[in-house]
Design a protein around this ligand. Sequence first.
Ligand SMILES: [Zn+2]
Length: 178
Amino acid sequence: MAGRPAKIIEDKMLCHKCGKEKELFHFAKSNRAKFGYQSICKECLSEYYLKNRDRYREIKKQLKHKNKLKEYFERNKDSINEYKRARYSTIQGKVKIKVLNQERRAIKRSTSDKTVTAKFILELLEKQNYRCAISGEFIGDGYHIDHIIPLAKGGIHTKNNIQLLKPSINMSKGASIL
Ligand SMILES: [Zn+2]
């Protein structure tokens, strides 16, 4: 709405929105504006407001919600962090984090069919006898979820394309297909 300074022609002003010349009472007073009036007429302003009302309401609501969450987190920071630490230090907790991270990445490439669940990973871990699918070394709960055909090479984030690897093996595998 900012832009060129408003022009006052005798007791009239040019609206920047509709371009019509209107008497001053058509413009809202504003201390911040150069000539003491807003550069857009009341009619145009209310039209603009009406058009964007729902959007503003939605933004306001979201902001409020966000601030509430932030406040809540700030107030309870210590106990939340402690809870997270406790929760995610379990085997199940760790699996969930890994699965969520992979899912997020796959969704970015829109390749996920949502079959790679925490339950599936735990089953696969058992099936692999807690050993790396490539080197056979013991991995316990310190493994990477790997795509046999990498997502970067057109692989899909799906059950049949998943293996659990020792992190160092996974790193050296990179995006190549072994
Ligand atoms: Zn106007």
